[in-house]
Write a protein that binds this ligand. Structure first.
Ligand SMILES: *[C@@H]1O[C@H](CO)[C@@H](O)[C@H](O)[C@H]1NC(C)=O
Length: 415
């Protein structure tokens, strides 16, 4: 209902004076009426957003609603007002969708999701697309609530039993986009990475929940790459690969209060996949808790030449519960020893702080710095670290690592 009809409904007298206005346009009541409409319209514009319910665009619970969602997006894009695309309770089947920001005039589009988006049950449909739900070149998009259920387990089974499976799709990706916010979203059983931030500026991810089987292949929780000012907070990630991974070209990354595990921990890298690679700088990981993960706080690079680097990382206030490698720098990543000429990494790692790291290691070596002989790690600082293995002090191991310890550090540093 538009403003005028709403007003008329509430005020039957208004209708009469509106009609009579044809004959006497200068009546004071008409001017008053016009003023009221104008004011209420202005208030409405400034205080509430357009609401686009996908049911009004043809979405039907239990059926393929991709077109409806895409049509709602297209309308939101054309509008210049704040717009909410509303996905109500229920399960909506969704094919791969690309939300492209090209030609979009709207810098404030929110998806409010009360329901669940369900991926195609046949894994081959997503198997060869890059992402199931992808946002490309958008500005000012937010996603709130909802469940994304990609049905990835069918592809994992294929990968467990044969080698002839498609690569798989990431569940949700943002590429070349700015001012993005993802809040309260759940992602279940992605085929590959769950959430990918690539080529973005100003991203806030909060209160998300990622879940996939602990043996599911390449199901990283949140992957960030070539992006700046990315904040990931208050999230729980249980998966088969890294909870959070940070690729080349990432700067000013803030990660706080993440619960991780099962999974492979929080990782900077893999780096040095390519010869020409931008670096990673100014990353803070604060108050992470790890539960039975393969790694805790890891920096990982291929044993290959590269222009890349890691500079200025702070790992603060982490708790480890039975973690295999609580603190790890691994510069000799080379699966099957293939394609690692020289077997040393070109990545230069410096100014890395570990402070207030406590808990238990599942293996005797709790701190391992396995750096490159060509580019030794330097400026590593261990401060107030206490990690035990089976109720005893754990061990540390250093190769080509320079640094210092401050406060009480157990196991002792090996610099
Ligand atoms: C480091 O990143 C944080 C955000 O994570 C930012 O607030 C801070 O200004 C950055 N520092 C520098 C020196 O760029």
């Amino acid at each position: 209902m538009n403003q005028i009809s709403f007003y008329l409904l509430q005020n039957p007298m208004a209708k009469i004076s509106n009609h009579s206005s044809f004959h006497s346009p200068f009546q004071p009541t008409i001017i008053l009426l016009a003023l009221v409409i104008l004011i209420s319209h202005t208030i409405r514009r400034s205080h509430s957003a357009n609401l686009l319910n996908i049911l009004d665009f043809g979405a039907i619970r239990g059926y393929d609603s991709s077109q409806a969602i895409h049509r709602a997006w297209a309308v939101a894009c054309k509008s210049e007002e704040s717009t909410i695309v509303y996905i109500p309770k229920g399960r909506f089947l969704v094919q791969p969708i690309e939300f492209h920001g090209g030609g979009c005039h709207n810098e404030d589009i929110s998806f409010h999701i009360d329901g669940a988006l369900i991926g195609p049950p046949d894994y081959r449909i997503l198997g060869n697309v890059e992402s199931w739900l992808s946002f490309v070149e958008v500005n000012g998009v937010s996603l709130t609530g909802g469940v994304l259920y990609a049905n990835g387990e069918a592809l994992w089974s294929c990968k467990f039993s044969t080698t002839h499976c498609p690569v798989g799709a990431r569940t949700l990706s943002f590429r070349d986009s700015n001012n993005i916010r993802i809040r309260g979203l759940m992602s279940r059983n992605s085929q590959l990475f769950h959430i990918v931030i690539n080529g973005c500026k100003n991203v806030l991810v909060e209160e998300v929940n990622v879940m996939a089987a602990s043996n599911s292949p390449n199901t990283d929780g949140i992957h960030v790459e070539t992006s700046t000012h990315v904040t990931i907070i208050d999230s729980t990630i249980q998966t088969g690969d890294d909870c959070i991974s940070i690729g080349p070209g990432s700067y000013n990354i803030w990660i706080q209060r993440i619960r991780c595990g099962p999974g492979h921990g929080i990782s900077i890298g893999s780096l040095a996949h390519n010869m020409n690679e931008p670096g990673v700088g100014n990353v803070t990981v604060s108050k992470a808790i790890f539960y039975g993960t393969q790694n805790g706080l890891r920096i990982k690079s291929w044993a290959r030449p590269s222009t890349g680097f890691v500079y200025g990382v702070q790992f603060l206030g982490a708790t480890m519960h039975n973690v295999q490698n609580p603190i790890l720098i691994d510069q000799h990543y080379c699966p099957n020893n293939i394609n690692c000429p020289g077997q040393e990494s070109g990545i230069k790692i410096s100014n890395i702080i570990y402070k207030d790291i406590v808990g238990t290691s599942a293996t005797p070596i709790a701190i391992k710095f396995d750096c490159s002989s060509k580019n030794p790690c330097n400026g590593i600082r261990l401060e107030d670290v206490r990690l035990t293995y089976q109720n005893e002090e754990a061990k540390s191991s250093c190769e080509y690592a320079k640094g210092k310890t401050l406060g009480l550090v157990q196991p002792e540093g090996c610099f």
